[in-house]
Structures are given as structure tokens and as C-alpha cells.
Design a protein around this ligand. Structure first.
Ligand SMILES: CC(=O)N[C@H]1[C@@H](OP(=O)(O)OP(=O)(O)OC[C@H]2O[C@@H](n3ccc(=O)[nH]c3=O)[C@H](O)[C@@H]2O)O[C@H](CO)[C@H](O)[C@@H]1O
Ligand SMILES: [Mn+2]
Length: 330
């Protein structure tokens, strides 16, 4: 005789059988997952091809589309390239600005430069500061010298940063045309961790910003207001360059600094300050005056970013800083 518990058990058994027969085999699940995954990856690829946000395998190519080399580990022979340039007995002028509390970065900058930056070459540092007494006495190698240039400070960090263009222009005009073969202007809140040598020399040199080397240009933090001289429309752009590294022949860097300074002045007269001050103007300049050589983010990293696999070596990097502590204004 069937009782209620039998009925329940049979029902349970029946439903178990049904689910067993209806559940697809594991291979079917794999197949479904494969189709789903493929759809997703095709969609993602389309997104990339549409250049909606990321793309940029091309940033890892050894050359820019206009055939300028992108310098990175493995693309040059350090011994050979240094030997070629050493025969030319060149002097590399290096402008660095340390105003206000940024003087605290000078010691590490200079000491690490002496270990890594154009070792064995003639290097002339030009240190701009409002506090000359705080320039540390760092022992310099043979053929290397340092000149302190006293300048007035400003109560805005943005102003201090952007006025580097004007000061660079004047420095090249008044001295470097006669004193140097190449010039670099570098951020001071930085440190060298690896070799930086003759492979970085060129007519006009920019460094790809470490935060945007995989970003599509529509997402670059270019200045987007047409009223600004630094304006770059969406759909234009090739790389986003960091304001921390500018280099090249004195006459080419002079032209860059002069142009950016003029455009900064035009903006200032209209009470406009570009999104990233002189860095925005630098990006505009490089868009229409392509650098002859690009430095990969090996030459401009940021210590708060961990090193990804594709970056083989970090040579020069922004050190961590407490913005509130070191800047004169927020
Ligand atoms: C890695 C990189 O590409 N950094 C750029 C970025 O922010 P950063 O955050 O790197 O700008 P920052 O605060 O380092 O200022 C740029 C430079 O100006 C000098 N300075 C600044 C403030 C001060 O009180 N005293 C002083 O000496 C110093 O040489 C410093 O290295 O954007 C800035 C403009 O917005 C500049 O283009 C920087 O080069
Ligand atoms: Mn900086």
C-alpha cells in the first residue's frame, strides 16, 4: 500500500531523474562558455578597434607612426651608442627647477643623476631656485658642473611649473646656444634608478607619460576648451607626453619653449589656464611638431605605479610626495 511518504519519495526520485536527464553534459557547458567568451572578446576587440577607450598595442611598437624611434630596453646598444657620442665631446645642459619646498628633492635628484645620467659625459646642471642656500653640495663627477640661478618664486604651484617654459627659453637664448650641444629640462621631484644615456639624444625629444601609454587619445587629458591655445579636439592626438621631460637640440627646445610661453601668455590674458598648465601646451606643440625621438615610460615612471611586465626597467621616476606638504597651494 502506498502511503504519503512513498508518494513523496517517488516524486522526489522522479524530479531527481528529470533534472539529471535535463542537465547538459559538462562538454556542452564548455561549449556554451566558449561561445559566450568569444562573443565577449569580439565585442571587446570591436570596442578597442572603435578606439573608444583603450587600444594601444602601437605604443609598444619600436617606432611612432612618423618613424621616430621609441626608446626602450632592447632597442639600442648602450656601449656602442655612448661610444659614438663620446667621440663628439658633447655637453648636455640639464635644467631643473626647485622652488620653495621642492628644494628637498634636489639631493636625491642630483645624487642619483651622478650615478645614472649620462655617466662619463659632460653634464652642466642649471638649478633654478628661490632658495640658493638650500641647494645641497653634491659631489659631481669629472666634467660635470652645476650652476645655481636664483629666481623669484610664486604662490601657485601651477605658475611655478608653467613658468619653466619662459625660463628655459631665456636660458637657451642667453647661454645654452653657446654652452651646450643638447638640453634637457626635467622635473625635480624625481630620481634616477637606471641608465639614462646617449640613446635619449635627438633633435626634439619627449617622454610618453606613464599613466597614459595604453590609453586611446580621445581619453588623454588634453586641453579640450577651444578658447585655450592648448586646445586639441577629440579625434586628434598620437601620444600623451609628460611635462617632466623635454629634450633636444638647444635651437629646437628653444622654439618649443618660446612657442609654449607665447601661448601661455595668450591664455593668461584671457584668464584661461590649460588643464595641465605647460604640459597641455607641450602636448599641443608635439602634436603639430612631432618629436624626432620618443622616450618610453621607462624614462618617466611614477613610483606610485607598480611595474608592469611590459616595462623592463624603470630608469627615471616621480617620487612619492605629499602634495599638501610640498606645494604652496592645493
Ligand atoms: C610626471 C609629469 O609629467 N609631471 C607633470 C605634471 O605634474 P607634477 O605633479 O609632476 O607637477 P610638480 O608638482 O612636480 O611640478 C612640476 C615641477 O615644477 C617645479 N615646482 C613645482 C612646484 C613647486 O612648489 N616648486 C617647484 O619647484 C618642480 O621642478 C616640479 O618638478 O604636470 C605639471 C603641470 O601641471 C608638470 O607638467 C609636470 O612636469
Ligand atoms: Mn613632478
Amino acid at each position: 500500500m502506498l502511503n504519503a511518504s512513498h508518494l513523496l519519495t517517488n516524486e522526489a526520485l522522479h524530479s531527481k531523474k528529470r533534472t539529471q536527464t535535463q542537465r547538459p553534459k559538462i562538454s556542452v557547458w564548455f561549449c556554451r562558455f566558449g561561445v559566450w567568451f568569444r562573443c565577449l572578446s569580439v565585442r571587446f576587440q570591436k570596442l578597442c578597434d572603435n578606439k573608444d577607450f583603450v587600444c594601444k598595442k602601437s605604443n609598444f611598437l619600436p617606432m611612432a607612426p612618423w618613424l621616430a624611434p621609441i626608446v626602450r630596453e632592447g632597442t639600442f646598444d648602450p656601449t656602442l651608442i655612448d661610444a659614438i657620442y663620446k667621440k663628439q665631446n658633447i655637453t648636455i645642459a640639464t635644467a631643473v627647477f626647485a622652488l620653495g619646498k621642492y628644494t628637498q628633492f634636489l639631493k636625491d635628484f642630483l645624487e642619483s643623476a651622478e650615478q645614472n645620467y649620462f655617466v662619463g659625459f659632460r653634464v652642466h646642471y642649471y638649478v633654478f631656485t628661490d632658495l640658493p642656500e638650500l641647494v645641497p653640495a653634491v659631489k659631481l663627477g669629472e666634467g660635470r658642473q652645476l650652476t645655481v640661478l636664483t629666481v623669484a618664486s610664486s604662490n601657485r604651484w601651477q605658475e611655478i611649473s608653467l613658468r619653466r617654459m619662459e625660463r628655459l627659453e631665456k636660458l637657451i637664448e642667453s647661454r645654452l646656444v653657446n654652452e651646450a650641444d643638447y638640453v634637457f629640462s626635467l622635473d625635480v621631484d624625481t630620481k634616477f634608478y637606471g641608465r639614462w644615456g646617449a640613446e635619449t639624444l635627438g633633435r626634439l625629444v619627449g617622454a610618453i607619460h606613464p599613466w597614459f601609454y595604453k590609453t586611446h587619445h580621445d581619453w588623454f587629458p588634453y586641453e579640450r576648451r577651444p578658447e585655450s591655445q592648448a586646445y586639441i579636439p577629440y579625434s586628434e592626438g598620437d601620444y600623451y607626453y609628460g611635462g617632466a621631460v623635454i629634450g633636444g637640440l638647444p635651437k629646437d627646445v628653444y622654439q618649443l619653449a618660446k612657442t609654449c610661453k607665447e601661448r601661455l601668455d595668450i591664455d593668461a590674458a584671457k584668464s584661461i589656464e590649460a588643464a595641465w598648465q605647460e604640459e597641455s601646451h607641450l602636448n599641443k606643440y608635439f602634436l603639430y611638431n612631432k618629436p624626432s625621438k620618443l622616450l618610453s615610460p621607462e624614462y618617466l615612471w611614477d613610483n606610485i605605479k607598480s611595474k608592469p611586465q611590459e616595462i623592463k626597467i624603470i630608469r627615471f621616476s616621480q617620487v612619492n610626495k605629499n602634495y599638501y606638504e610640498v606645494r604652496p597651494n592645493p
